[in-house]
Write a new protein. Sequence first.
Length: 567
Amino acid sequence: MSHIGSYDERLRDFSWEISEKELDYRPGKEINIGWYCSDRICLQGKAEKTALIWEGLMGHERKLTYDDLRKTSNTIGQYLRDLGIEAGDRVCLFMDKIPELYIGFVGILKTGAIAQPLFSAFGDESLFVRLENAGTRAIITQKKHAPKVRKIMDKLPDLEYLIIVDHDPARPLGAKERTLDLWNMPWVDAFSIYPTFAETPSVLHYTSGTTGQPKGVKHVHYSLISQYLTTKWVLDVRDDDIYWCTADPGWVTGTSYGIIGPFSMGATQCVMDVGFSAEAWYKFIEKHRITVWYSAPTAIRSLMKAGNELVTRFDLSCLRHLASVGEPLNSEAVIWSEKVFGKPFYDTYWQTETGSIMISNYPGMKIKPGSMGKPFPGIEACVVDPKTFEPIPESGKIGLIGFKPGWPSMMRMYWNNETTYQNKFKNGWYMPGDRSSIDNEGYFWFVGRDDDVINTGGHLVSPFEVESALLENEMVAESAVVSKPDDINMEVVKAFVTLKPGFEGNKDTELVIMNFIRKKLSPLAMPQEIEFVPNLPKTRSGKIMRRILKAKEWGEEIGDTSTLEDD
Ligand code: PRX
């Protein structure tokens, strides 16, 4: 059984006050995630403890103690404040997984500004819509990503500063450009942290939906209460652990459990800013003696593909607890992990909007491979009927997942998008948009998404965003983007395109269109294939029926299309 008590015990006496008390937080008092992640840990006597072990390309390594994290985040906070950044301003972090990303996140929160992390592989179009929607005031980036920002800066009147952390002095700076060389400037020891409270906005993460532009998910400082406790109880992070979360902080896992969770617990965490290779990952675990590892099904499937023999070449006995998130974790992956690591991967389910783990296989609980587990204590979850939104009492019946609103890390709003936010609630339940069943022991079994959003390798891709990029090409008349099955990524993006008169759909055309959209989208959203078709299936009102195209890709029954035609 786990050192933190069994799942059933925790359910019985649960209240979020447990977390508040452990964090010495009392309702109505100040709460600042940046302070919790650095200053508080130093005040607990752990100033010299290692907070971050970072490894980049070519063996480049950096280690930071909690005192270093405190001072460097103060330094970034002071720097931003001196520029005139104020509480509530959106400051974007647009970097690879370098130390400045982690420190910058903590520093921004200390100023009371809102941290807006964006995946550094985004093309300029993806970047533009997210910065424009947020009205971002400053962006912190690396010289290699700065050109993408320069390209769109003139169209973003709110964007006052482009801050480069590794600027090449030989290159003249533009009017709005600034440099921030954290490693060659004096660090700020004392910084007056902005007094943030439970409902003060903290983080703005962008997520993709089926229709419309990506939505900015607004979180608040109070989210710490659930992020801290789930890190402790679900990921089972303890004081002496060496923790590795493989997610990029451009996405929610990389901030909730790659920054806030581990740092607020005072754990030591490792970050690897090198592309995926099974060998490099095992080497990393062995070298740093990683004990808790939080990863994703696509990575696990890639490791499986690399074979069992490779695992035996490394001493991975350090691993104590493994967890996974982002997409369905197939039972084969759980069984494989038990075989090669001697431990299963514990599946966890949540999303950008929920801010923290909602359903999971809790340490010590019986794992049913293929199931997402049970709701975290304090989370009321059910599956509801898709028409009445009433909870389905029978076990095994598929419905839509519903959560009773009110847990600390629930999103507070979609940025500038109240209507879409309100639409996420039905009959008093928050609807994450996923289908599941619940078995007779209360375990949730994921079935699929309830919309057209594509989950490729654990990353949500909006068909709308890809279709919009395609439509900007002069040859494209119409487009429909759906998923198709894939062994490793579970699903990948496929585009159907009709061309304008005079253009011919062939390999050359496909290449030209692919190159055209590559600059606009992130590599994750890129279609693996474009199929040229004479026309697309549509409803009578002219809406494209992606569902029909998708069913074909998955070899499924198309079903009754007459109702769809009526739209
Ligand atoms: O469809 C579910 C899927 O990923 C969605 C959330 O994606 P995102 O907001 O990008 O956050 C990802 C990391 C928290 C969910 O609505 N998903 C997430 N975890 C699982 C999952 N699908 C199946 N099993 C999971 N464990």
